[in-house]
Design a protein around this ligand. Sequence first.
Ligand code: SAM
Length: 275
Amino acid sequence: MSALPVLPPLREVIAAHGLNASKALGQNFLLDEQLLARIAAIPGMLEGQSVYEVGPGPGGLTRALLRAGANVVAVERDRRCLPALAGLAEAFPGRLRVIEGDAMAVDAREMAGEGAHIVANLPYNVGTALLVQWLSSGWRPWWASLTLMFQQEVAERIVAPVGSDHYGRLAILSQWRSSARIAMKVHRSAFTPPPKVMSAVVHITPEDAPAGVDFKVLERLTAAAFGQRRKMLRQSLKGVPGALEALARLDINPERRAETVSVPEFVAVARELSV
Ligand code: SAM
């Protein structure tokens, strides 16, 4: 393998391009290259693999991904970052494509291609919406894995086990046909500027979807159940046609509350209601 290009320290890149962090764009940059290399290692071997990154900013995570051998397609909304990223593209010829745009509006599959890994230190304001978009795609999904930085509280909602305070719709969406774990916790002081809260990197890999379950039905069911999470299922599922009968058939006590119903149990009820 050829020697890796020598790059200027990220602090110099930020200073040279005047990249003062914008709060509105959720800009909290990571500058510790060892930490960035550890994040880039979470998806596994990236040599020759395709990676889709949202919000490369000054390019810290991007350079770690390129050094790991990935071919990167990155979408950045802040055009001030583009000259810094152009420098990185020059250092890794043919390996980095940067698109100026809003990650909520672009077609990631089209740009990154089937089988890409998604890796991002997400802007907090669109992070959950993007995750929901990726988890709601046709299954098996076009992406190979998700390695995403979130505020720790959101990360805990994604991996929450049944019965815990954080367990809810996001846990079910993240776990019913994929496995989700917290791969790394990241202290707020690792970011420039430091956010108010701690962060964590979540790693999600797709699995086979349970047979006979309509995603929309599962969504409707969990929306109703967790819309009134303190109420008994008997009450919260009253408006979902057939749900109470399905509970009876499955021998699930209607006096239980949503937070005690496991992911496989929700899946089983949704299967009963899917036609
Ligand atoms: N990847 C860099 C890092 O780890 O240091 C920056 C991460 S920073 C938390 C989030 C980045 O997302 C910023 O560069 C910001 O400009 C960009 N961003 C914010 N909203 C975006 C959007 N809707 N689409 C694409 N990029 C966005």
